[in-house]
Write a protein that binds this ligand. Structure first.
Ligand SMILES: [Zn+2]
Length: 88
């Protein structure tokens, strides 16, 4: 493992809960800092949000830093927002 990660990836490696308000029913649900979307506990719909730009966008060691699984999940969430996913 890397001896000490950069501060930017800390919230992804050590997620913390945040409040997110449902677009449809205004119920406040919890979303973790490493999650792009969560299920509303009020209406059961998926609530997604825009992720803040982080070092994983540009850091060449990002995959090793946060782990390949999280890296790909975060990147997949972003592609959804931008559109133009080509399945590869
Ligand atoms: Zn809802």
């Amino acid at each position: 493992m890397l001896k000490d990660s950069c501060p930017g990836s800390r919230e992804i490696r050590t997620p913390y809960p945040e409040d997110i308000k449902c677009f449809w029913c205004d119920t406040v649900s919890e979303i973790w800092s490493d999650e792009v979307e969560t299920i509303c506990k009020g209406c059961g719909r998926t609530i997604s949000r825009e992720m803040e730009p982080t070092c994983i966008d540009w850091c060449p060691a990002a995959k090793e830093c946060v782990g390949i699984e999280k890296y790909e999940r975060l990147m997949k969430g972003r592609d959804k927002c931008g559109g133009g996913v080509d399945g590869t």
